[in-house]
Design a protein. Sequence first.
Length: 681
Amino acid sequence: MESSLTHRFVDVNGVRLHIAEQGQGPLVLLLHGWPESWYSWRHQFGALAAAGYRVVAPDQRGYARSEHPPDVTSYTLLHLVGDVIALIEELGEEQAVVLGHDWGAPVAWTAAMLRPDKVRAVAGLSIPPILPGGMVPPSITRTQYGEGFYQVYFQQPGVADAEFAKDIPDSFRRLLVGASGDNPLGGEPRPLVVPEGRGLLDAMPESPALPAWLTEEDIQAYAEDFALHGEQAFTGAFNWYRNIERNNELLAPFRGRGIDVPALYVVGDRDMVTALRGPDGVSLAGRDLPRQGRVGQPAERRRASDVRPGGTAGLRALDPAGTSGRGQRRTPRLPHPHRRPRAPMTLRRTQKNEDTLMPELNPILITGAAGEIGGVSRTMVDMLLEQGHLVRAFVRQDDERADSLRRAGAEVFVGDLLNIADVTTALKGCRRIYFSMGLSPYYIDAVSLMAAAARAQGDIEVLVNISEFEQSFMTVEKMTAPEEERRSWLGGLVTQWSPQQRAHWVAEQVLEWSGIPTVNVRAAIFVENPLLTWLALGPLSNGELRLPFGHHRLAPIAGYDVAELSVKILLDPAPHISKSYELTGPELKDMHGFAQDFAAVLGREVVYVPEEVETWNETYVDSAMAAYPHIAEHLKTLTRLVGGGGYRGVTDQLETLLGRPPKTVRWALANHPRIQKLAAA
C-alpha cells in the first residue's frame, strides 16, 4: 500500500503540513483523530482511489510529521478549518467531500457549517455534530465526570505531554487498544477517567495480545512520526483539547447555524461516545440515517478509521454524483438538499431519499425553563443545546437559574407569561414552541396570551403543549354528569377535577380554536411529583413511605421521557400535528412496589405505611402549601383521585414513538436530586 501512495509537504494557512495522496478524480479529504495521523486511513486509500476519487489525508497541525506551532492558541477550530479550506485550494480544487474521525469530525462538521461553498458533502465518524463549538467544554464535563475526566486532565500544561512522551510506542499500544472496543477490561463503553494521583495510561492496562486490526508495525508507524518532536511529541495534539472552551467562545456567533450539505454520521455501538452521550443521545444524533449508510463496524470503538471496508457504499450514498467511472474526473455540483426553509437541524430522509442535516436558523422557545435541573423544560434545553440547536429559554426571574441556562448556551429571555408584550417579544424569530407553566390560577390566561401572540405572528410551525393524562377522560359529557355519577367515575373520594386540571382542559380547547399547529403531550403523574418525592422525604428518612394510596396502583412517568418525546416532536413536527399523546410509565405498581424502588435507591429498608387521605392532606399538603392554595387544591385532588382508584391505565404510546420502553420508577428516583441527597445522608 505504501508504494502506491505519494507523500509531500504543503504550506497552507501559515503552517507546513505533511499529506499522503493517491488517485485521481473528485477530491476526498480524510481527517484523522487523536492521537493519530494520515496512517489511520491506510486501509481506505486503495478502495477510494479505485472508485475514482483523489484521496488526500493530511497530518493535521500539531500531529506527526506536520508543523507544531508553539502557541497553544494556534489550535482553535478556526485555525483547523482554515487549514482544510486552504488545503483544498492548494490542491487546485474548488470543492471536496470531507470525512473526519474522532477529533477530525468536529473539524469536518465545522468546515461544512462555515464553508458549504467548499465542502460539497461531509461525514463524521464517532463524534456527532455538536455545533458550533465542536465539543462540550471542560467547564461542563468537569461537573459531569470530575477532575479526572481525560479531557479535563489534558488541560494541565505539560502533564499529559510528559506522560505520553516518556515511552511513545507503549503509549500508542495502550491507547489504541485501551480506548477501543477490544480493550482488555471489556464491558460496556465508559468515559475515560484518570485514577486519582496517576496518569491516563494507568487506566489502560497493557493488552496481552494485539487485536486483529492492529500490528506492531502499525504502532511503530505512529510512534516514529510522533517521535520526530521529542518531548513535545503529543503537545500539539493536546493543544486541540486546550482550545475546546475557546472554540465555544469564538464560534458563539454561529450558534443555531446548521449544515445544509449532504451529511452522514457513523458511530459504533462500542464507541466511547456512547458512554458520554448515552444510547438515547447517539440515537437522536443519527436515528434517521439509512442502514446502508452506516459503514462502521458495530464493534468498533475509537478505531473506526481502521475498518477495512469492502467497498465505498457509504461515500457513494453521500456523494452519488462524485464519480462516473474509474479514473474519470468530475467535480459536479450536488443538488441542494431538499428542505423546508428554516427547518430545525435534524437528520432525516427527504423526499429524494437523501440524508440531509436540516439547519435551525430560528431559536426554539422553551417556557418554564428555569425549573430545577431534571425538570422537563430544563432537560429539553440541555437536550436541544447538546444537539446544536439554538434555544430561547423563557424565565420569570433573572437569577442563578437564568445564569445556569446562559452558561449552558441558551439565550435567556426574562419576562412574564401574563404580559402580552413580553410574550410577543419572546416569540420574535421563533417558529417552534414548547409551552409549560407552573401550577397557577392564571394558567388559562397565559395559554391564551401565547396563542394570541403566536396567531398574530402567523408563522408558527408547532406548539408542543404539556398537558395532563386526565384530559384523555375529561369530556363535556363527563364534566356535566350528575355529581354521584362523577364521584363513581373519579373513584369515590372526589366529585370534580382540580382547578388546574380544568385549566388544562380549557387550554387544549383554546389552542384548538386558535388554529395554531399544536401537539398535546398528556403526561400521567410524574415520578418527580411532590406527592412521590419531596413531600415524602421526612418519613423516608425514617425508612417509611407514608402515602394515602391504599392498595391502588400507579404508572407514573419520568420527566426525562416527556422531555425526550417533546424534543422529538419539536425537531420533526409534521407527523404529530393535531395529535394528543397519552403517556404513562412502563407498568402499574402498588405502593409496596414503590417502597422497594425507594429502598433500592436509598440503600436502606423502606416499608409502605398507608395513610388516610384527608389526614395525609392535612399533615403534609396543607402545612407545606399554605401560601399556595391553588397548588394545594390540585395536590389534594390528586391524592383523592389516586386514593380512590380513579387514576388508572397504562399506554404504550411513548414506546411506540421513541422506540424504547419508558424509564422505570427506580431510574427516575435514582436521578432525582432530592432523592440523591437523601441517599447520601
